[in-house]
Ligand binder design. Structure first.
Ligand code: 0RA
Length: 653
């Protein structure tokens, strides 16, 4: 028996004191799980996996690990394997137990006693594996280290066995299997392959050279192989930008502008590409966390981009004929870019704690980008001219858009009156209870008006398809009646000339904004157009959880006087069976219009009985890609996608 294990055994009897303290720590996690992992819904459930994977990523970034494998087991437990050094198993004096047990039972213990390396990864909440342990009915840790295999089991954060040597090995690494506690994750304990795949793909792009893999033991193909994908990126963000741009317009420059460097001790990696689309597609990360609120790294990037391009444009003389000035936005139209920095002690600010506050990072990114972009422009004059031409085009279009936008702005900001004629407003002025339904078509709009509770529900019918934001130029957007009406009805105003992306939610008139369309291909297309609009032009509405999708039922199953609505084929079959198949009539609802006001209220609008899906952006980069694909020129994949996916993939509605 090795010394390490002897030590552990010796100290097992004197467990109690420190152990109780530790358990109290993890008890807090079980009592208020949302405080530690964000929420106990689908997001939190998946967050457990990220928490474990992040530790393996740290091990890889420290240079000790090359492969990380995630498996969704048949029972929805998860196994994460890596080939790192393995969590230390030796006896830990201060805590009176093995280091493994410390890592698994002490909050934030993760890399505490590994002073040499600084933790750059670590999930958004950075709480460590002990949290995962606390929230699992079973956790098994298997460590391959120093030729031995160590194993220990836990339940709800407490060990249910002592650490034992169970065999010999030649490899090294950490295997963690955990089963999330259904009494905590009451909404769902079912893992979604796509959510995990998207995060692992993102991690592969963000950490070039690491092999990641995902296997789903619940899904087998005809040949008996489990669903499996590998994620690996040799070129990091360069490939990330390529991937994001696959679904967008045509690139206007020869190659992706790329840099991977370190400035003042801050690792900075940036990739960028211009294409002929009209939207900005810039994503930023700090320590592998998507900083959706931006921060100093993004400020540094923008400043460098604007200054360097402006300087080049001025010197080229291309701006001589321009009669109006260029704004910062113009430099980013059609830009796809990813900015990733690693910061030793990140300060996260903002509503969702995804805004980097560290001042020093701004200069680091600025310097790195100015240098690399400056060189690129000098060495590629043809591309440089193409970019400047694109910027001039953007400035011209913006100039044309200004009047149109300001007209909308004046109307929304200055006049309390003048709500759109088509809006049937609710009587309550209490925003916290008020809802607005955007309804497909005038006829369904009429039914909804009759069926609603007019006290708190407003109805706004939309005629036909709304403008495709993805393909329209800015001024067309602000001139569009339907879109103007939406802004006016919602009461929000758009930002100033300098920051047309800022959205003022202070005057938002409704807490819930509900998209209600038919449950068919056309309906989901319209819903997607609406979501694209919110995503591109009113993102804070999504980020703050104001956007919902109504789900009308698919079927009405009737037998005599009995009637039941069904939302899935499975439900329909169940109810049909329950009713006994004789004399059962199944009605398929193709559109909202097939229901009368009472039915629409009962099934789709009544807060007591309806099913609302809240739209959130789980993964902004992936959402961007999907919206570009759905709304872009490349029609075949869109068709296929819409037909296959009723639920808007990662836009986790
Ligand atoms: C603490 C210290 C060391 C490694 C780890 C933790 C570690 C944790 C996890 C979690 C998943 N995979 C992991 N791999 C390693 C340093 C070990 C040493 O100095 O040998």
């Amino acid at each position: 028996m090795s010394n390490e294990v002897e030590n552990v055994k010796k100290h097992e009897e004197e467990y109690s004191a420190s152990n109780i303290q530790v358990l109290e720590g993890l008890e807090a996690v079980r009592k208020r799980p949302a405080m530690y992992i964000g929420d106990v819904g689908e997001k939190g459930l998946h967050h457990l996996v990220y928490e474990v994977v992040d530790n393996s990523i740290d091990e890889a970034l420290a240079g000790y690990c090359t492969h990380i494998e995630v498996t969704i087991n048949e029972d929805n437990s998860i196994t994460v394997k890596d080939n790192g050094r393995g969590i230390p198993t030796d006896y830990h004096e201060k805590e009176g137990k093995s280091a493994l047990e410390v890592v698994l039972t002490v909050l934030h213990a993760g890399g505490k006693f590994d002073k040499g390396s600084y933790k750059v990864s670590g999930g958004l909440h950075g709480v460590g594996v002990s949290c995962v342990n606390a929230l699992s009915t079973l956790l098994i840790a298997e460590i391959h280290r120093g030729g031995k295999i160590y194993k220990q089991s836990y339940s709800k954060g407490a060990p249910t066995s002592s650490m034992e040597i169970v065999g010999d090995c030649e490899d090294r690494g950490t295997f963690i299997t955990f089963k999330p506690d259904g009494s905590i994750f009451t909404l769902t304990t079912e893992y979604k392959y796509d959510i995990l795949a998207n995060r692992l793909r993102e991690l592969a792009f963000l950490n070039k050279g690491i092999h990641l893999a995902l296997t789903d033991m619940r899904q087998k193909d005809e040949e008996g192989n489990f669903k499996h994908e590998e994620f690996y990126s040799q070129e990091g963000l360069k490939e990330f930008v390529k991937y994001l741009d696959e679904t967008r317009g045509e690139p206007i420059i020869e190659s992706i502008i790329y840099l991977d460097t370190e400035k003042n001790g801050t690792p900075v990696e940036v990739a960028m590409q211009y294409n002929n689309s009209f939207s900005e597609n810039v994503h930023s990360y700090v320590n592998n966390i998507n900083t959706i609120e931006g921060g100093t790294h993004l400020t540094g990037f923008r400043r460098a981009l604007t200054r360097t391009l402006k300087k080049y444009a001025d010197e080229s003389g291309m701006l001589a004929k321009l009669k109006f000035d260029i704004s910062g936005d113009d430099f980013r139209e059609g830009l796809t870019a990813v900015v990733s920095v690693k910061v030793a002690e990140p300060q996260f600010e903002g509503q969702t704690k995804t805004k980097l506050g560290n001042d020093e990072v701004s200069a680091a990114v600025d310097q790195a980008v100015s240098q690399a972009l400056g060189h690129y422009l000098e060495e590629n004059p043809k591309d440089a001219r193409a970019i400047v031409q694109k910027v001039i085009l953007a400035a011209t279009a913006r100039h044309a858009a200004r009047n149109a936008r300001e007209a909308v702005q004046r109307k929304t900001v200055l006049s309390g009156a003048g709500l759109p004629g088509k809006l049937a407003d609710c009587s309550s002025r209490d925003r916290s209870i008020a809802e607005i339904f955007f309804v497909e078509g005038d006829s369904a709009g009429g039914t909804a008006k009759q069926g609603r509770d007019r006290n708190f529900q407003a109805i706004m019918p939309l005629r036909g398809k709304i403008l495709n934001i993805e393909k329209a130029q800015e001024h067309r957007i602000w001139e569009n009646e339907e879109i103007k009406n939406m802004f006016i009805a919602l009461g929000v105003s758009i930002g100033t000339e300098e920051d047309s992306k800022a959205l003022n939610l202070e005057k938002l008139r409704y807490d819930k904004i509900i998209i209600m369309t038919d449950a068919d291909v056309d309906g989901s297309h319209i819903a997607t157009l609406m979501l694209t609009f919110f995503f591109r032009k009113m993102k804070p509405l999504i980020e703050n959880g104001h956007i919902y999708i109504a789900t009308p039922p698919l079927y009405l199953v009737k037998k005599g006087k009995q009637e039941r609505y069904c939302w899935t084929d499975k439900e329909r079959d169940q109810i049909t069976e329950e009713f006994g198949s004789k004399g059962v009539h199944v009605q398929r609802y193709k559109g909202l219009g097939e229901m009368n006001a009472q039915q629409l209220w009962e099934t789709t609008m009544n807060p007591e009985t309806r099913i609302l899906r809240q739209v959130n952006i789980e993964n902004a980069a992936e959402a961007d890609r999907i919206f570009s694909m759905l709304m872009g020129d490349d029609v075949p994949p869109r068709r296929e996608f819409i037909e296959k996916n009723a639920h808007y993939a990662n836009i986790d509605a």
